[in-house]
Design a protein around this ligand. Structure first.
Ligand code: FA5
Length: 358
């Protein structure tokens, strides 16, 4: 029996198989255990010798079981460790490649065009004050044009802002802050800090307290242009916008100007480019507003300069300005049907541009 047991123990390849052998021989009703139990039936003179014999067998089997168990446990541990080993030579998990947001891509195209034309590129504060956003841009507090750009105010608007709707009424006692509704306040800031001649484009976010729809967001972007010097004319403005359209849509691009009203320019216009849409139709695409800088803006800038001890240098100058929303361009270029997709943080939308824009 000892011989067979040892053979079976040696043959057991797993801890489970070994346990079965253990149960078979030395378990509660195992073969050896039963033999020990049968001792009582032997005549007393045989019991001792037989008992010693069976115990020796039992100890030999137990020793073989222990030894085999130790071997199997080590093997199991080795196998587990081998399975868990980190192969440091394997290539790492690939990080998803990022790409430029479609709006930044359009900005790059636009900025490249204007840098080529010798413009400086600036950004400016998104938290503005009422004076730069409206007042200095020839939009006094009582002016209905303020309704064109519903505003996120950051501070209580003083009661006098809602005072008698008359020119010449007492000016507001303080200047509340707001989220800029357009990039035009940077016209003012840039002119206060720099003397003519100048050519500058402003890029950045703007905010309007508006209901959103497929073509309107409450946060969007603008590109603003400002050129000031001597004898700058509407022809310069038209040539510049045409050059931009050719940069965006190729040599055959055509531009259209229609009279429009912005308080900070006179005359003012909206401009559109003629382009071939994805359905093969040629259409006018409204891009933004523009015009010749209003003399009241130059005056407001000189007033601010004077208050800072700087010379008045803008009176008598001429200049043009324009402002457009890159979202429009990006929606058409990348066939994104709803402006809200740009900022919904959905990787299924933005992820499409990884390869193309990387
Ligand atoms: C302005 O903001 C003027 N500051 C532009 C300007 C600058 C005129 C300099 C003259 C001289 P307007 O409110 O039209 O104008 O906005 C300009 C462009 O911003 C629009 O043509 C449009 O492309 C974009 N835009 C306006 N509102 C939204 C909106 N809610 N969501 C997305 N884009 C918008």
């Amino acid at each position: 029996m000892q011989h067979e047991a040892i053979q079976e123990i040696t043959a057991a390849g797993t801890l489970e198989a070994l346990q079965a052998v253990k149960t078979k021989y030395v378990g509660k009703s195992g073969l050896v255990t039963r033999e020990l139990g049968a001792l009582g039936k032997l005549p007393p003179e045989e019991r001792k010798a037989r008992g010693a014999e069976i115990n020796a067998v039992r100890q030999a089997i137990q020793a073989a079981l222990d030894e085999r168990e130790a071997v199997l446990k080590r093997e199991a541990l080795d196998a587990k460790l081998a399975g868990e080993a980190i192969d440091v030579t394997l290539p790492g998990l690939p990080l998803p490649a990022g790409g430029l947001h479609p709006i930044n891509r359009v900005y790059e195209d636009l900025v490249n065009i204007y840098e080529r034309l010798g413009y400086t590129v600036v950004e400016g504060p998104e938290v503005e004050d009422e004076h730069h956003n409206f007042e200095a841009l020839n939009v006094p507090w009582y002016h209905p044009a303020r309704d064109l750009q519903d505003t996120f105010w950051l501070e209580e608007v003083p009661a006098s802002f809602n005072g008698p709707l008359e020119p010449g009424a007492a000016p507001a006692p303080s200047v509340p802050r707001l989220l800029r509704t357009h990039t035009s306040p940077m016209q003012v800031r840039y002119m206060v800090d720099h003397e003519p001649d100048l050519k500058v484009v402003v890029r950045g976010k703007v905010y309007r307290y508006e209901a959103t729809d497929a073509t309107h967001e409450s946060m969007f972007h603008q590109l603003e242009g400002l050129v000031v010097g001597d004898g700058i004319s509407m022809a310069d403005l038209k040539g510049t916008i045409a050059e931009m359209a050719r940069g965006l849509y190729g040599a055959g691009a055509k531009v259209r100007f229609q009279p429009s009203y912005y308080p900070f320019v006179e005359p003012g216009a909206d401009f559109a480019v003629y382009w071939d849409n994805p359905r093969g139709e040629s259409k006018w695409l409204e891009l933004g507003g523009c015009g010749m800088v209003h003399p009241n803006v130059f005056k407001a800038v000189d007033d601010l300069r004077e208050a800072q001890g700087k010379p008045r240098v803008y009176e008598g100058k001429t200049g043009f300005a324009f402002g457009l929303g890159p979202e429009r361009i990006a929606m058409l270029k990348y066939k994104i049907p709803d402006i809200r997709y740009f900022y919904a943080n959905d990787p299924r939308v933005i992820g499409q541009f990884r390869g193309e824009l990387g």
